[in-house]
Design a protein around this ligand. Structure first.
Ligand code: T5A
Length: 213
């Protein structure tokens, strides 16, 4: 019998340390001899990667409307769910995602303040029954996260938003994390080693007995 694949998502503001968290989780999965498929959003299929370029690029000739941004995020998500995530889970592979649906709720719902009903309708149509087993939310003060991101190089269209946009986005992240049991919040302002330790503890707590069995 095929063991059920598990779906792990890493979330957080820019510079929260998602890339480092993904590396830590991959390492943990490898130690448990688990096959994993890694994804990123928006992106992860050829078409979704083109949509990623569209949402990240700065176009001085035409502003991207907030609703268009939202629809592009969900368009990319449908492609990824249909062509990568669901097939992997049904093979019994685990999926490790750099961002997923919680990003839209936080950035477009919180940051852009788009209508919750619109977002919820899109969510139920696009996600169906495919929901993450565990989401690790890396919580960071936006000013700290943005300065880490800026130190790495040029900022993209979303990264160039005002601080208030990221403050609203973080508030929405925290609000969602406080109410949903499959989301674990991790203080991402700690030194990297402490963040890594918190991630490994969350994985052990959550999947103890499931990973090898
Ligand atoms: N978006 C996405 C939406 O608006 N809606 C959606 O539905 C979706 C899916 C995607 C953009 O699209 C938006 C959100 C984003 O704006 P992205 O590139 O995928 O863009 O996401 P970013 O958050 O921009 O990616 P980053 O690479 O900036 O963030 P990470 O991966 O969290 O940061 P990371 O790991 O590269 O770390 C950044 C720097 O900090 C250091 C690292 O070494 C690195 O230099 N660092 C630490 N330093 C000190 N202490 C620690 N604990 C550290 N952890 C990492």
């Amino acid at each position: 019998m095929i063991k059920p694949g598990r779906f792990i998502v890493v979330e957080g503001l820019e510079g929260a340390g998602k890339s480092s968290a993904i590396a830590t989780i991959r390492n943990w999965l490898q130690q448990h001899q688990i096959q994993v498929v890694c994804t990123r959003e928006p992106g992860g299929t050829p078409l979704a990667e083109q949509l990623r370029t569209l949402v990240k690029q700065i176009d001085n000739n035409e502003q991207l409307a907030p609703e268009t941004e939202l629809l592009l995020m969900y368009a990319a998500r449908v492609q990824l769910l249909t062509n990568v995530i669901r097939p992997a889970l049904s093979r019994g592979d685990w999926v490790l995602a750099d961002r997923h649906d919680m990003s839209s709720r936080a950035y477009q719902g919180g940051g852009r303040q788009l209508d919750e009903l619109l977002i919820n309708n899109l969510r139920s149509t696009v996600l169906g029954n495919t929901r993450p087993d565990l989401t690790l939310y890396l919580d960071i003060d936006p000013a700290v996260g943005l300065s880490r991101a800026a130190a790495r190089g040029e900022l993209d269209r979303i990264e160039q938003e005002q601080l208030a946009f990221f403050v609203r986005t973080r508030q929405k992240y925290l609000q969602i994390a406080a109410t949903e049991p499959d989301i674990v919040s991790i203080d991402a302002s700690q030194p990297l080693a402490a963040v890594q330790q918190a991630i490994v503890s969350a994985l052990n707590d959550y999947f103890s007995g499931q990973a090898d069995g």
